[in-house]
Structure formats: C-alpha cells, structure tokens
Design a protein around this ligand. Sequence first.
Ligand code: GLY
Length: 260
Amino acid sequence: MFTNVIVKTPCKAVTEGITSAPELGKPDYEKALQQHRRYIEALKQCGVTVTVLPADETFPDSCFVEDTAVLTERCAVISNPGAPTRARETEAMIPVIKQFYPEECIEFITAPGTMEGGDVMMVGDTFYIGRSARTNAEGIRQFSEILGKYGYQVVEVPLEKVLHLKTGVNYLEHGHMLVSGEFTGKEEFAPYHRHEIPEAEAYAANCIWVNEKVLVPEGYPTVERIVREMGYEVILVDTSEFRKIDGGLSCLSLRFKAMK
Ligand code: GLY
C-alpha cells in the first residue's frame, strides 16, 4: 500500500516539454493545470497524502516527477535523467525525499550512469528496468547493485521503440499487467496475467494502481473495461495535455510508502 504521493505543479514552460509527437500540438497551459488538479483529487480518493511541489520554470518537463527517483519500501534511489534538459530536475527533489527517507537509505545514480524512473516498474520485490534512450547500461548496473543491497531483484528489459518502459507496460498488482506494442510478446512478463492493449489505445497502457483503485486515462474505453473487469474501482483522469509531451498518468507522480 502507498502512504504518500509527490507531484509537481506544471510550469508555464510545460508547453515546451520534450515530445515525440509534435503533430498533437503544444499543451494548453490552463487545461494542463486543470487536469493536474483533477489528478491530485483522484490520488486523494485513494487514501494517500499528496505533497504538491511548486512549479519550476527552469525545467519544462519537471511535472513528470516520476523520472527523478525510484522510491521503494527499503530505500530511495535518486535518478540521473538521461535527457540533458532534465538532468538537474533531481536537485530540487533531494530535500523533499529526505522528509520521507532516512539519509542512510537514500542512494544515487551517478554519471556516466543515467536512469529515469519511468523506466522502472515494481512488481513485488522485483524491479524491471528498461534499457532505453534515457536509461543506459551503466545506470542499470548501478541500480542493480544498489537494489541488491536491499534484497531486491532487478531485471533488465531492452526497449525498441517507446520512450520509457512504463510507456507500454504497467503492473496493476494481483498478477495483472497491461501490455502494449513491443511488450506483448516479452518472455520476461510471461509469469503475469497479461492484458493486451490494442494499438489504438496504446497510450492508456499507462494506468496506475493506488491502494486497490486504478487511475485510467479518460477516453480509452477498452482499457477502462479491461481494468474494471479486473475488479478494480476505476478513476478516470483526462491527461490529454500531458500526452502531447509524451507524459502519462505514472509520469506525473512518485507513489510510495514513506520510511519516516
Ligand atoms: N516529455 C517527457 C519526457 O520526454 O521526458
């Protein structure tokens, strides 16, 4: 179960966030703020305490806090984002994470290692990590060494097309996994009950489980039905403005059980 969530208010420069889909247009700032507020409300419905950090105009993508850290029940790992414009987003996150984790349990990925939290998916005591354009071999090596000290297992998953691992695969607990595109046939995920998402709704493979409720992006009826059939209460959240800059539900928060 998660006790806490950290989010960061989108800044005005969110309109300049990194995107692989410029054809979708730039995010509308006011609409993004409205969607972000609704996202916070949805998280509160899941019984977590939400820490809302102020907007930071220095970093257009800084609302995507998930990439700055991996927060486990035994340690926090501050990442080293592989996107040059995002590399220093972690600096503002360190004092925040110190509020929830003892200093001796805070670890760091350092250069030349890179890692973004969107590439890390927790399944119990196993952490799957995507080798991507943002997370490199050295970052994975460091992450494996760190998590190994805390008794966790790390499994590398090479990515072919998508930005982050969780762009296309997400674990919704109780054995349920949403998979799309390049992840549908991956043997690493064979032990789970894989729910294949059709290409037209691939964006919505990025749903998040929060304390037995699942947040699902609004406007993807097949995914909504699949998640409801798992038996979960679904909370729909419109993320249209974040989609324009490759952002999904998971990217917008750090969800964790605080150690202090
Ligand atoms: N725009 C989100 C990212 O590229 O990290």
